[in-house]
Design a binder for this molecule. Sequence first.
Ligand code: HEC
Ligand code: HEC
Ligand code: HEC
Ligand code: HEC
Ligand code: HEC
Length: 411
Amino acid sequence: MARVTLNAGEPGRRDVALLAVLAVLLVGATAWLVYREAVPEYRDHQRQFGNLVQRRLGDAAATAVPAGIQQLWVPGAGRADRCPSCHLATAWRGFERGDEPLRTHPAGMLRAHPTNRFGCTLCHGGQGWAVDRERAHGHVPYWPEPLADASMAASLLPGAGRASLMALNCNACHRYETATAGAEIINRGKRLVDEKGCRACHRINGRGGLIGPDLSWAGDKNPEQYDYGRLSGRRSVFTWHEAHFQDPRALVAETVMPSFHLPPDDIKALALLVMSWRRVGVDASLLGDLPRTDSPSPQERALAAEMERGPGAWFVKTGCYQCHPVSVFGVKSPTPIGPDLSTAMDDVERRFSVPVDTFVKNPSGTMKAVFARQFMLSPAQKDEAVRELRAAYAEFQRQQAVMPAAPARAK
Ligand code: HEC
Ligand code: HEC
Ligand code: HEC
Ligand code: HEC
Ligand code: HEC
């Protein structure tokens, strides 16, 4: 390593030259800082945009290019977004091929969400009031909502991409819709929640069971509250959810949440959806006519009402049908994660090596959690459960005797 020796009597010529260079650099840097302080970065963009507009659209148009800090006040969210101080072309036509920050905004999004009402950061993230790029884009310590750009996507959601990271922001307002154009990955997650029957065990948007935690605001859970102990590789909330959906037991040994054997894209979609379930500080004016509740579809309700009048009414009213079909009584389950109860009398003996009344009194596996947290049946109600299971099996045997081939034995 070269060393500048200052106490060696007479300084060498090389040392003097080095000091001179350093002094010049120092003065230069100071001058540059002073200049930057006096002439902020957005001025450069504004000058450049003025020139561009003048060249392309003429002098008159150029006078419409704003000067100084530009701010969008978003009353519905109490935010002041100054992004247009640099992103000047957002609302101008004709700069679709420009370089950022001087490019026309993709028009579709802003038609449904005009910037004077929505600002920028509710969709993009970033630190609205800052006017230098680093801080405005939120790539600074402790800013919770950095700009959802490619680099942030790569570090927070490796393998998911920028569009997915933005879709997470969209769902803060669009959470109660079944599908939102432009937020495809979230839509996929919502479909899976219905198809896989997550609500059998989880309350989501105020609806569902209590065996697992309420997920309605799962996105607000602090990253430090997750136990990363059993997670190999990169540790983030996203990778935790990915690993958990892949194999819940690998992360939470005693969980009753099943693995759904989903392909990677489905797993990403569910992880993002869960992370999007956050509270956002927006008032009604920013929610317009968007739905405010997540209610069961009319078909679901009609089916439940019909089954409640049939011979399997007890299983429907008690809630067992949420996870179990009882096919001999025409009871279908919206989320059949448990076996058909038509033949439980027989199956329980084989599967659990105990008679059904012993199983109902003292169950193991998922039913242990169900009876402990979701359906806290009294001893009398448990007797009733056993009677109903017997009745279902009797009906099964009756149907078998009448039509030996059908219905097929419940699996
Ligand atoms: C000081 C000027 C400045 C401010 C203020 C500013 N930006 Fe930018 N922005 C830029 C520049 C320059 C680029 C292009 C280079 C880059 O990507 O960093 C850019 C790029 C972007 C991009 C594209 C990046 C990507 O990879 O997706 C987005 C989106 C963006 N800005 C959004 C915002 C939002 C939202 C705000 C307000 C919170 C904002 N910007 C404030 C200067 C600025
Ligand atoms: C309703 C949500 C929404 C709002 C509000 C919004 N944007 Fe966007 N913005 C998007 C989406 C979505 C894209 C990506 C569109 C695409 O790629 O087709 C985008 C693209 C961009 C890009 C281009 C990024 C790139 O490189 O492709 C920039 C820059 C940008 N927005 C800045 C802004 C600024 C500045 C504001 C506020 C004046 C703003 N946006 C308001 C949703 C929004
Ligand atoms: C048989 C019941 C059951 C089903 C069905 C189920 N879960 Fe779970 N889930 C649980 C239980 C119990 C836990 C708590 C233990 C654990 O973390 O595995 C849990 C935990 C979770 C967690 C972690 C919550 C946290 O903050 O730690 C998420 C996220 C989750 N489930 C999402 C889902 C989704 C999405 C589905 C549907 C695809 C689903 N679950 C289906 C029982 C279930
Ligand atoms: C701050 C809340 C908010 C955010 C964030 C938001 N939206 Fe919206 N969006 C709305 C509202 C409200 C409407 C309905 C317009 C109205 O009622 O005025 C809407 C309308 C829409 C529409 C329907 C347009 C139509 O006319 O059919 C689409 C599609 C849409 N948004 C997609 C998105 C996407 C994609 C994102 C994320 C990039 C997003 N939204 C982010 C609040 C939001
Ligand atoms: C949240 C979902 C869920 C609910 C609600 C539920 N069960 Fe279960 N049940 C299961 C699962 C899953 C199994 C399979 C055993 C296992 O995985 O531990 C099961 C197994 C059973 C069995 C053993 C059946 C067999 O063929 O082995 C019986 C009996 C049973 N449940 C009765 C009930 C009754 C009665 C109710 C209503 C009071 C009910 N269950 C509600 C999920 C549920």
